[in-house]
Ligand binder design. Structure first.
Ligand code: ATR
Length: 275
């Protein structure tokens, strides 16, 4: 029996067991995927005994992503780029980590908006947290020439520019709409719009019709930003697909099967969200 889990504090809200449980059943794997509440002061002991507890690895959520990154013996480039990890596995007893948000975002963008980069050009990223870093790393790795970064707090945006170098440029938060009209992709990585709270104030008037608009907020499944983009005829990419795709690499590491994000899984998690 193979075992994996998701750790966080609190952990009750996590939908990861639904995702991995679906794949365990679909592929007939003798395994479990559970939630484990780990207090910050318990994290070191938890990681030290991961294998002894019978776990092949785990997902990591708030507030442990940075500390797990620091404690890992081996870090994939994705984790280095973000400075945080969401996926852990053991190799010869050593803790290895990755950040699969980059993969999750880019895989779903490629799948649901093929040709998003056909005309080259720049992309616009709203927000400067860990998710923004993961997505910026994805765009840079995909060969995007310029990433325009807009964040309410300019200091955090400038830290990211320093980290990734000159292909990332920080702009004033107030210019997020006017400077994004010709973007290949505009993505919201802020928490604005989550559970319907707040409004990014972008109407998409005068946007290039080829612009793809995406939002990593998935509660609700269609935040106001995506509704506004749709109203202007733009292609949109929701946040649920990223959540599902980011789970793929971990499942493969722990259980030995590369799982498919299929329509049944999407519908099941969408139903759980209440979409
Ligand atoms: P994560 O690491 O999960 O991506 P985070 O570090 O909590 O998230 O970052 C949240 C992002 O949402 C930040 O970019 C934050 O902007 P600041 O850096 O200025 O705090 C952004 N954010 C949250 N509430 C916002 C609001 N009301 N308006 C604009 N941006 C907001």
């Amino acid at each position: 029996m193979k075992r994996a889990c998701v750790i966080g504090w609190p952990i009750e809200h996590s939908r990861s067991p639904l995702i991995h449980g679906y794949w365990l059943a679909k592929y007939g794997i003798d395994g479990t995927y559970t939630k484990v509440a780990v207090r910050p002061d318990e994290l070191a002991a938890f990681l030290d005994t991961l294998g002894a507890q019978g776990f092949a690895g785990c997902n990591v959520t708030v507030p442990h992503k940075e500390e797990v990154f620091r404690r890992a013996a081996h870090r994939e480039a994705s984790a280095e780029a973000v400075g945080a990890a969401n996926t852990v596995w053991l190799e010869n007893g050593r803790i290895c980590c990755a950040n699969t948000d980059t993969y999750g975002y880019m895989a779903y963008l490629d799948k649901s908006a093929p040709g998003w980069n056909a005309a080259g050009g720049f992309v616009s990223v709203l927000g400067a947290g860990g998710a923004a870093r993961a997505i910026i790393y994805g765009f840079l790795s995909a060969g995007v020439g310029e990433v325009r970064l807009f964040n309410r707090s300019g200091a955090r945006a400038r830290e990211i520019v320093q980290h990734f170098g000159p292909r990332v440029k920080a702009f004033d938060w107030d210019d997020r709409e006017v400077r994004s009209r010709d973007a290949a992709v505009l993505v919201n990585t802020t928490t604005v719009g989550m559970k319907g709270a707040g409004d990014l104030g972008i109407g998409f008037h005068g946007f290039n019709p080829a612009c793809v608009v995406s939002d990593i907020v998935y509660v609700p499944l269609k935040p106001a930003l995506l509704k506004a983009a749709e109203a202007q005829g733009l292609r949109t990419v929701d946040g649920l697909g990223m959540l599902l795709h980011q789970a793929v690499p971990g499942f493969e590491k722990w259980f030995g099967v590369r799982p498919e994000v299929d329509d049944v899984l999407y519908a099941r998690i969408a139903a759980d969200i209440g979409a």
